[in-house]
Design a protein around this ligand. Structure first.
Ligand SMILES: O=C(O)CCC(=O)C(=O)O
Ligand SMILES: [Fe+2]
Length: 262
């Protein structure tokens, strides 16, 4: 495990991440590209627990339920997913990106069975006019993906436009639409689509304004197990803050101050 004293107190079964490097250079790359991939960083125990929890959510989401959608409010339907909101290694990673003052925003399951159609190009918003307030999403690609099989795609530099309304049905539609003529504000290079690759146990960080899409899952592939946790600097209302009032009030160890809106 890592030398970090924080992790020394965690029992083996509670450990979420292997040792990884996320320092000045990695942080700069995240800020330049809009995303940063940590391949294979989830521990085997975390992968096992996540697969069980995400299968549970997947089953729940297949049967009609009253109240909130299990995928969108995943942490409220599964105690392991809940426990990760304030997991010391989760908060440490979120704070490396956002600084100390953070709020939890959402925990959404993104399971994609074989034949799932993926999703077209889009972006999300938060504090669109004030870049000093960040919003990061931490994706856990538990069993990974290939670029052409439920794979995440992104456009390095697109997040710097802080445009919450990017759209494109296909890669070509994006190239002919939003991307046309746009350059990276720092490098002045033309913006281009990048297909990511994720071996099992991969964590991907993404600033919320980044243009992204997901390729269809092949019909014969197994289910892609994925969950995303989002954190932000407080200061503005968030349109993605899927937390029920009951959950906001729930005394979860370690979440003091994390759950409030401002
Ligand atoms: O399924 C994915 O990998 C990403 C889905 C997505 O667009 C999102 O979570 O914002
Ligand atoms: Fe998205």
């Amino acid at each position: 495990m890592s030398q970090n004293p924080l992790n020394a107190c965690l029992g083996r079964r509670d450990s979420l991440l292997h040792a990884y490097t996320f320092g000045e250079q990695e942080r700069e790359k995240l800020d330049r590209d809009g995303h940063f991939v940590l391949p294979g960083v989830l521990t085997p125990d975390a992968q096992e627990n996540l697969t069980r929890s995400l299968s549970h959510i997947h089953e729940l989401s297949r049967t009609p339920t009253e109240g909130h959608e299990p995928n969108r409010f995943s942490a409220e339907y599964d105690s392991y997913l809940e426990s990760l909101i304030a997991h010391p290694q989760m908060l440490e990673l979120a704070r490396k990106v956002l600084g100390d003052n953070i709020r939890y925003d959402h925990c959404v399951s993104l399971n994609r069975p074989g034949g799932n159609g993926g999703i077209g190009w889009h972006s999300h918003g938060y504090s669109d006019d004030d870049p000093s307030l960040g919003f990061v999403r931490i994706f856990f690609y538990v069993n990974g993906f290939e670029p052409d099989d439920g794979g995440l795609k992104a456009v390095p530099g697109s997040h710097l436009y802080r445009d919450a309304k990017i759209h494109g049905r296909t890669d070509d539609a994006l190239r002919e639409g939003w991307l046309a003529g746009k350059t990276h504000p720092e490098t002045n290079q033309p913006l281009e689509i990048e297909a990511l690759f994720a071996p099992p146990g991969t964590v991907a960080l993404m600033w919320t304004h980044a243009a992204h899409a997901v390729s269809p899952r092949k019909p014969d592939s197994d289910t892609r197990w994925c969950v995303v946790y989002a954190y932000r600097n407080p200061g503005r209302p968030s349109g993605a803050r899927w937390i029920t009032p009951e959950f906001e009030q729930k005394p979860i160890p370690g979440t003091e101050g994390l759950m409030s809106l401002y």
